[in-house]
Design a protein around this ligand. Structure first.
Ligand code: A3P
Ligand code: MG
Ligand code: MG
Length: 383
């Protein structure tokens, strides 16, 4: 049935009927009740060191230290030439770190309801992916500039979703201006001014910023009928030992240009807060600490945003985004993927493709450049 469209609000497709060919992103289709989204539970974490090596522990987790003054005057340009080691973003790691974590922690995943399930699935989850890929899905109904490509493979009943860089994204990456390159450093420098290596010490702004280093949480949750397992980088945690357990003690750090006009405030609410909300809501990170900077990269104020209060904050904005549209679209996309990707085969990739103002479509690839599950993972999971 070529050209047929997947209707989000329609009755569910019987298992035997052929999958539909595309998914609409029109916002009004997704304006309904907020779908069930279970409180995300941290099932583990891992660290990547200064050489991007994997460790099944929290050695890279840092502790938030509140700035002494509300106007701290942090110079985000300091150290860009001389004390900066940049991760090589030409290297595509795909899902490898998450897969390594899964192999090291398989016993923690086999859940009780899997054993009882009529269609047993090796991992007990439907979807494995990065938080960042889900963030892109959440913001898709409002995105007007950047499309995406998501490769999907079904193995052992679980769908693995891994991003593929678009041609446009590759061009942008290869043609960044020197100013843009430097500004990408500023966000990490802000983290260095506000985060310490342990609960007792102070931040060290004189040290090296190395963007290979990362601490990642692995969370499990459910979006309607979709059981999700995903990982996302966490900037730091509350240093109070009495703080709630993860992910409720995690803090996301952000920088943004200081707001000086009503137009800037409106744009901040309509565009930036959407991305900030989606990124932290997904793993259940409750707070964002934002450093507002001037054009020269000097932080002039610091403010805390509570994720649960962001939807209230934007309610007076005309033409603004809605959390329910984001979540319903993501849920519908996952249903679409499940209906399309039925062949359980690590060598098959369904490549889902979206460009602004278009529907989501897909193509099928067997033993291609798009295959992304490594042999060491397939071997371990199928033996
Ligand atoms: P800011 O967001 O404060 O500018 P994160 O906020 O997700 O922890 O990322 C840390 C920093 O990485 C960002 O800080 C930004 O400097 C850089 N960064 C993250 N995503 C990026 C992207 N898609 N393009 C360019 N820089 C990015
Ligand atoms: Mg981060
Ligand atoms: Mg951050």
């Amino acid at each position: 049935r070529p050209g047929q469209n997947h209707h989000p609000a329609g009755p569910s497709t019987p298992p035997s009927s052929p999958p539909t060919q595309s998914l609409s992103i029109q916002r009004q289709l997704y304006e309904r009740d907020f779908p069930l989204y279970k409180q995300p539970v941290e099932v583990g974490h891992f660290s990547l060191d200064s050489e991007r090596r994997f460790f099944n522990d929290s050695r890279q987790l840092r502790y938030y230290v509140e700035p002494e003054k509300s106007c701290p005057n942090f110079d985000l340009r300091d150290g860009y030439r001389g004390r900066f080691v940049k991760r090589d973003d030409r290297v595509k790691e795909k899902l490898d770190h998450i897969l390594r974590w899964i192999l090291a922690n398989r016993s923690k995943l086999q859940s009780k309801d899997t054993a009882a399930s009529s269609s047993p699935c090796a991992l007990g989850v439907d979807i494995v992916t990065w938080r960042g890929h889900l963030t892109k899905l959440l913001t898709t109904p409002y995105e007007t500039r950047e499309g995406w490509l998501l490769a999907v493979t079904r193995m052992g009943g679980t769908l693995y979703i891994s991003e593929v860089e678009t041609e446009a994204a590759r061009r942008d990456r290869e043609n960044r201006t020197e100013r843009h390159e430097e500004m990408m450093y500023w966000g990490y420098k802000f983290e260095q001014y506000t985060c310490a290596d342990d609960a007792q010490s102070l931040p060290d702004p004189g040290g090296v910023v190395n963007t290979n280093e990362a601490f990642c949480t692995v969370v499990q949750t459910r979006l309607a009928e979709h059981r999700l397992l995903f990982s996302g980088e966490v900037d730091c945690r509350d240093k109070d030992p009495k703080a709630p357990s993860p992910p409720a003690n995690y803090i996301e750090m952000k920088t943004s240009l200081e707001i000086s006009t009503p137009k800037q405030r409106s744009n901040f609410h309509r565009f930036k807060l959407l991305k900030w909300w989606a990124q932290s809501f997904l793993p259940g990170v409750p707070r964002i600490v934002a450093g507002f900077r001037d054009h020269d990269g000097v932080v002039v104020s610091v403010e805390t945003y509570h994720i649960s209060k962001i939807s209230q904050l934007i309610k007076n904005e005309t033409n603004c985004w809605k959390p329910t549209v984001c979540m319903n679209f993501c849920c519908e996309f996952l249903s679409f993927v499940k209906s399309v990707v039925t062949e359980d085969n690590p060598r098959v990739v369904h490549l889902f493709s979206w460009d602004p103002h278009r529907d989501v479509t897909y193509s099928i690839h067997r033993d291609s450049q798009y295959s992304f599950l490594p042999d060491w993972y397939i071997r371990e999971m199928t033996s």
